[in-house]
Structures are given as C-alpha cells and as structure tokens.
Unconditional design. Structure first.
Length: 258
C-alpha cells in the first residue's frame, strides 16, 4: 500500500469515524454523555501526550540529526506559539462539554454566525490534522498509524462538542450531522496538500513532525488537562490518571505491534 493510499484511507476513516461516533454519542441521554465524556477526554490526553513525546519528537530528532536538534526545538516552540495565536483568534476552539462557557446558547444567541464560526474553525482544525497525519506517514507507516490513533482519540470528544453547538444553534439534526461529517473530511484535503508539498521538500519532514508534536502537546496541556482539573474528588482523579496511562499505553502498544 503506497504512502498516498495510507494518507487518503486513514484521513477518510478518521473523519467518518469521529463524525459518526459524535452522532451516536449524542443519542445517549444527557446524564450518560456527562458521565462518559470526561473519560474520553482523559484517554485522549494520554494518547496525545504519548504520541507527541514518545513518537513524534524522537522521530523528528532522528530525522533532523543531532546537529539540528536546536532547529527541532525551535519548530516545537513556533508550533506551540502558532496554535496559541490560532486559538486566540477563535479559529481553533475546542469545546468538550455541551454547556461550554464559551459556547452556551445565551452567549451565542443561537444565531447563524455562531454555527458558521464553528464550522469554519472545525474545517481548519481537521485540515491541520490531515497535515500532521500526512507528515507522519511520509516518515514511517508505523508513526503514521500511531499519530492517527492520537488524532482520532481527541477528535471524537471535540466533534461531540461541535455537534452539540450546531444543534444548540437551531440547526436540524440531519443538517448538523451532514455538515459535521463534511468538515471532518477536510482532513483529506489537508493530507493531500501536505503530501504533495512535503514531497517536494523532504528535508522539512522532521520539522513538520515537531510542529505536529507541538499541536498535540498544546491541545493536551492547554485545553484538555485544565478541564480535567475541574473534577477534584479522589475517585474521579484516580480514574483520570488511569485513563491517561491507558491512552499512553495504547500509543506504545500500537507502535510495538506494527
């Protein structure tokens, strides 16, 4: 199977899977969604940290060479800064609960502008995910699969939040599901662009992996972990630690068994 085939297949599968999972998840009662969503986020946090620190960064350093480690570090810092700016511009806004403080119906007033903003931001986000997946597959198929697992793990809770926002904005269930799927599939576009762009500049691949690691670290540390800290009771905290460890273990096992 060619690298391009892997990229197209995985970005398509990831987009469809995350959108369908979000739709199915919203069929559950609100109480069950509230109970299960933090568990998904804990697992996603571990998967993102594991992929960034155990797979992407080591491969970036190996590809760039010891002499260029400082450039990998620079790419990592630049990536974190770029994602911070994007989130500040509300182009990349993650919402993992139905009653998110930023996206409550009273603040957004359920107008069309809010749903357009969510769809635009989600499209950009998923296209970036496609870029990250493509960069990983162009380095190594095993790394591509590990990266894809981490992306899909964190995409599902994000898509649940985005779909909830569309529904709260007054959009019909069928239209919301269709548009959510369409924006999820922009990852294919991002993957194709990265494949042909990076194919002409293979020396840039290690630094693309460093930016991918920056993305995963930023999402995990700046977005997901603060949300987990809102629950401080001992049982919930212990379960969070266990699920984060499970997320990391899945990344390690995914790489080991390829």
């Amino acid at each position: 199977m060619s690298t391009l085939s892997w990229i197209i297949a995985i970005t398509t599968l990831g987009g469809v899977l995350s959108a369908v999972a979000a739709g199915v998840f919203l069929l559950l009662s609100e109480s069950r969604r509230t109970a299960w969503l933090p568990h998904l986020i804990s697992f996603a946090t571990g998967a993102l940290l594991g992929a960034a620190l155990l797979e992407l960064l080591p491969n970036a350093i190996e590809g760039a060479g010891i002499a260029n480690v400082h450039l990998v570090g620079l790419a990592l810092v630049a990536g974190i800064f770029a994602f911070f700016v994007l989130e500040k511009l509300v182009l990349w806004r993650h919402c993992h609960v139905d009653d998110c403080d930023t996206h409550t119906p009273s603040q957004e007033q359920r107008d069309k502008a809010s749903t357009v903003l969510i769809l635009a931001g989600d499209s950009i986000h998923n296209a970036l995910d496609g870029v990250l997946i493509a960069a990983a597959f162009m380095t190594d198929v095993r790394l591509g699969i590990v990266t894809s697992v981490a992306v899909i793990a964190h995409e599902i809770p994000q898509e649940v939040g985005d779909l909830a926002i569309l529904l709260q904005g007054g959009m019909s269930r069928g239209r919301a599901l269709a548009l959510n799927l369409l924006t999820s599939l922009t990852s294919i576009v991002g993957g194709l662009i990265a494949y042909f762009a990076l194919g002409q500049a293979l020396d840039a691949l290690p630094y693309a992996l460093a930016v991918a690691a920056a993305c995963f670290l930023y999402v995990a540390v700046a977005d997901l972990i603060p949300g987990l800290h809102r629950r401080v009771e001992p049982r919930a905290s212990l379960l969070q630690v266990v699920l984060i460890a499970v997320g990391i273990a899945v990344i390690v096992l995914t790489d080991t068994h390829q």
